[in-house]
Design a protein around this ligand. Sequence first.
Ligand SMILES: Nc1ncnc2c1ncn2[C@@H]1O[C@H](COP(=O)(O)OP(=O)(O)OP(=O)(O)O)[C@@H](O)[C@H]1O
Length: 655
Amino acid sequence: MYRLAKASRKTRIFNAATVGIASVAAGGSCLLCAGRPAHAEPSNESSFSLPSFINSLPASPGYSIPSAAPAPAQAAAPAAASGPPNDLPRNDFPRTSAAGFDPEALERGVQMLREITSSLHANKVFDSLRKQEETRQAEEAARKAEFQAIQSEMEVRKQQVMYEEQRKLAQQKSQTEAQRARYEDELARKRMQAEHEGKRILNSELVKMQEESSMRQEQLRRQTEEQIQAQRHQTEKERAEIERETIRVRVMAEAEGRAHEAKLAEDVNRRMLIERASLEKDKWLAAINTTFGHIGGGLRAVLTDQDKLVVMIGGITALAAGVYTTREGARVIWSYIDRVLGQPSLIRESSRGKYPWSKWLTFKGLKSLFGNKEVQAAMKDGKGFGNVILHPALHKRIQHLAAATANTKFHQAPFRNMLFYGPPGTGKTMAAKELAMQSGLDYALMTGGDVAPLGSQAVTKIHELFNWAGKSKKGLLLFIDEADAFLCERNSNVMSESQRSALNALLYRTGDQSKDIVLVLATNRPSDLDSAVADRLDEVLEFPLPGEDERVKLLHLYLDKYIAQAGTPKSWKSGLWNRQEKIEIRNITNDVITEAARKMEGFSGREIAKTMASVQGAVYGSKNSVLDADLFREVIDYKVAEHQQRRKIATEGSA
Ligand SMILES: Nc1ncnc2c1ncn2[C@@H]1O[C@H](COP(=O)(O)OP(=O)(O)OP(=O)(O)O)[C@@H](O)[C@H]1O
């Protein structure tokens, strides 16, 4: 019994010690683990026996348990259960094992347990301690549940945070993806743009290269064509030269043969002619005698018979009246037709012909109707104005004007009026005609001097002229030569009233730009023109006296025209068959021509043409129709002296 009581007491002490240890652990550390964190789980009551543990403690001097505890240690038990570790007795010299374990707390716990065991109120203390322990465990369980709730809440929050983080991450990822797609898209677009730009530049360079190559090819083709043309031209020229020479030789041979034949047959012919003439005379005499015999018989019969006489007189009178009436009627009708369809009297020369049907009646007119092939060919070659020799710059300008006028007509634009001025005989009229032909227009030529004699009729005639000019389908170039004669300054005293009216009529008709008429004025005194007339002019061209180069060309032109081509076919003139002899040219070299051109300084084109006509005259005046260098020089020297004399007289007259 005693042993049982002792054992139960020991068990209680153990429990109390356990509680005490647990209290110590609640204070921050258990007695077994002093200096280390308290155990989370309470120790198993049955697995460990404190008294046996105490008894089994070694009695080594280092682990000796004090036999008596100091008085304050009794109160320390409850304090140890709940109080802070600061209330524990100080241990200024802690004893530790080699493994670092400090058994002091354990010793104190054992001491306390011993005190409790020895106390009279041990049971109560242990009960209260158990209750406290249970309460504490309940609290602990509640805290644990709370802790678990908090932990699960934490878990939920953690999940939420994780979800939020993932969502943000996904969002960020999608943003990054979108940004990356945008960036890639932009890069792709830029790359495409760059490629496109590159292709465009490449294409434009290709096009440029193609253009350049086609231009080069075109230039090459043109050059080749020009060379071919030049060669062809040269060949044609040479062939023409050979043909001309052949014809000349043949004609000369024929002429010589014919002259010889004629001489042989002359006597025979004369005899035959005399015989034929006497036969003709007899025939005519017989016919006249017979006719007069019949007339005499008839007259006798009429005069003896009165009725026949009356009938004859009546018939003759009726015939005379009929003839007169018909003639006057025809004259009236013709004057009406002339007024309506005819060319105005002011026109001296025109490509249109006097009447609309005139072109059908002449070879030249017919030729112009179907297009003048020579002019067209000259235009094609760019060698128009073949017979007009001008300074190269002036020549070029007139050609440009011809082309521009042709285009103007083609595009139905208004024409440009022109003024040609310069010394007399420098080719103004010729250039105007050529200009009209090359631009495909009709031309009409009038002289300013023809207006003054018309008096009061002048205004009507000017209007008539412009009405007629406006009817041309092709357009008409109206050339007024000596324009200063009637278009001079209106304030001048020499101008008559009718002339002034005529000028006003012309100003009225040319006030607007015309689509039908190109007005070309020619004058030697441009300063005399009325200011209103000058205002109507768009192009002003000066025709100077020919320079040395032009004089050489003019001499060649007229040498060919008046000498080389002279005396070709038989021509019927004034009821006679005329035949000019051919002229033989000897030793007229380029040097001779150039020498003559040098001497003829100050000559106009007309004077040069006339000089060559004089050379022709001199040749025909000689015995053998041969032009050699001596005869040529003689005529030129004579003409140069004459020219200088004329100039001297003119200078003296003006002084
Ligand atoms: N540049 C030239 N080229 C060829 N021949 C010319 C040239 N200039 C004048 N002639 C000759 O002189 C003649 C008169 O020429 P044209 O009538 O064209 O001169 P113009 O300047 O109109 O003279 P004007 O002022 O006296 O009317 C022509 O028929 C031609 O034979």
